[in-house]
Design a protein around this ligand. Structure first.
Ligand code: PLP
Length: 359
């Protein structure tokens, strides 16, 4: 591990964040969303650490669920958030005791005509405004009836997903909740609405099952007011300085000469780039943390390196640690500089980055 580009992941932080998510709605079961390799944090590690306290895990597809089952996550329920993609997966759903979303008419047909030994647990997805997966509200009542009348179906949970819960200034989430309530009216099946932002900001969406994702990893689920939360960052991405050189006023730094030194400038090179998943879109000025101070990216991100203006950094030396984000630099701030969101930054960290776990 000579290159020393490391993502250290604090599993206890993820557990604290999970318990924090539960504290908003203690009577609910919280489905810990660990799809996409737990947003890049390592699904098996995260699930193993949470398995004693998590009510359920949520993944995107059967491959992700089977990986967890094979790794010994045998007791905790696992929900397939997009359901099955092919009919034969239903037998794996049964043998692995998985829960599944039903979100389209083809999945519905497969479920209704299959012959499971034990009835399935179904999350029926209703599209209340996300405009993506799920049945339109006006067709949902008929589908709920069909599921309720099928011997293949045991527990039914009525579910929807919010498009804008991260924006507390918009009424859209309120409208989605209203549409959901109007659709299901007096139906007494359990419900699942809230993602991280709704858990923290939209009380009316709290129900039997919540679905915290990004908050588990310590990043703010909100568009604005990102600092005001009690979440603990779980991932710290670090590398080291591999070069320090003085440049003259007017010298250009990196590909395309995007950064031009305004004065004589000390430039450091750190061993991380878009080949490690650090976004190429990071702008000049993106913060990094070195020797107790904040320095700023200067020049375009390369595949294996970034260049940093070391002005104001105390006695920088080759080998010094550089934090790209984590406890000292907020991933949300970095995401802003990259015109993206923390979800994308986390899940794009590549396998070249060595992962260490604290627990
Ligand atoms: C259906 C569903 N529920 C919950 C989540 C978790 O959302 P968040 O990470 O914003 O909490 C996701 C994530 O994309 C999702 O697709």
């Amino acid at each position: 591990m000579a290159r020393n580009c490391v993502a250290s992941i604090d599993l206890n932080a993820i557990k604290s964040n999970y318990l924090y998510a539960k504290s908003f709605t203690p009577k609910s079961s919280a489905i810990a969303i660990i799809k996409a390799n737990a947003y890049g944090h390592g699904a098996v590690k995260v699930a193993n650490h949470l398995k004693e306290c998590a009510d359920c895990f949520g993944v995107a597809c059967i491959e992700e669920a089977l990986e967890l089952r094979a790794a010994g996550i045998t007791k905790t329920p696992i929900l397939l958030l997009e359901g099955v993609f092919e009919e034969p997966e239903l037998s794996l759903v049964e043998t692995n005791k998985l829960w599944m979303v039903v979100c389209n008419s083809v999945q519905l047909d497969w479920v209704l005509k299959s012959k499971p030994k034990k009835p399935y647990t179904i999350f029926l997805k209703i599209d209340t405004g996300m405009g993506r997966l799920g049945f339109h509200a006006d067709e949902s009542v008929e589908i709920i009836n069909a599921l309720e009348n099928s011997i293949n179906v045991g527990k039914i949970i009525l579910m929807t997903h919010f498009s804008s819960a991260d924006n507390q200034e918009s009424n859209f989430t309120k409208n989605q909740i209203e549409k959901f309530n109007n659709t299901i009216k007096t139906n007494d099946n359990a419900q699942s609405l809230a993602n991280s932002a709704a858990i923290m900001a939209w009380k009316d969406s709290h129900s039997e099952f919540t679905r915290p994702g990004i908050m588990l990893y310590g990043s703010s689920p909100f568009l604005f007011n990102k600092q005001s939360h009690d979440l603990i960052p779980a991932m710290t991405l670090e590398t080291s300085l591999i070069s320090i050189k003085k440049f003259k006023q007017g010298d250009e730094i990196g590909y395309g000469g995007r950064y031009v030194c305004k004065e004589d400038t000390l430039i450091g090179v750190a061993a991380i780039g878009y080949g490690d998943g650090y976004p190429r879109g990071a702008k000049d000025g993106t913060p990094v943390y070195i020797n107790g101070g904040i320095a700023r990216l200067a020049g375009r991100v390369s595949m294996d390196m970034v260049t940093i203006n070391l002005a104001g950094i105390d006695n920088p030396k080759i080998g010094d640690r550089v934090e790209l984000f984590g406890l000292n630099v907020s991933v949300d701030e970095v995401a802003n500089y990259c015109d993206t969101i923390s979800y994308e930054i986390f899940s794009q960290i590549t396998s070249r980055v060595y992962k260490t776990y604290l627990s």
